[in-house]
Design a protein around this ligand. Sequence first.
Ligand SMILES: [Zn+2]
Length: 137
Amino acid sequence: MIQIHFVDSIPKADAIEEGHLYISLKYNMTSHRCASGCGQLVPLPLSPADWSLTYNGDTVSLSPSIGNGVLACHSHYFIRDSHIIWASDMSASQARQQQAADAELLKRHIEERAENQYKMSFFKRVLAWLRGIIERR
Ligand SMILES: [Zn+2]
C-alpha cells in the first residue's frame, strides 16, 4: 500500500521515498517513484488535462493510468485506493488515440489558462512569477 503525504510543496528528489506518494494541493502537483522499482521520479500534475486525484479520507486514486509515454521503463499502472494495479501495455493505436485525446484536452486547458492569466492582475502575475522562481530552486 502506498503511503500518502499531503505536503505544502513537493520535497526535493532525494527525499522522495519509494512507495510514498506526495501530494501538493497548493501547487496541484504529485510525485512518487515509479512503481516498477526503477527509481525514476514520476511527477504528475493535477489539472483537467493531466491527472485527477480522488481522496476518500483514507486512500487516494489517480486517473488516468500512469505509464508508457510518461515512464522510461515502459511500465504501466494505475493507482487505485492507494494500491498499484498493473495494467497491460497499451497497443500502439490505443496510445495514439490517447495522445490525440490528451493533446486536444491540453490545448483547451492552455487556452482557458491563457484567458484566466490575462484576467489576473499585474500584481498577481508578479507574485506567481516570484513563486515560480522560488519553486525551481
Ligand atoms: Zn519504472
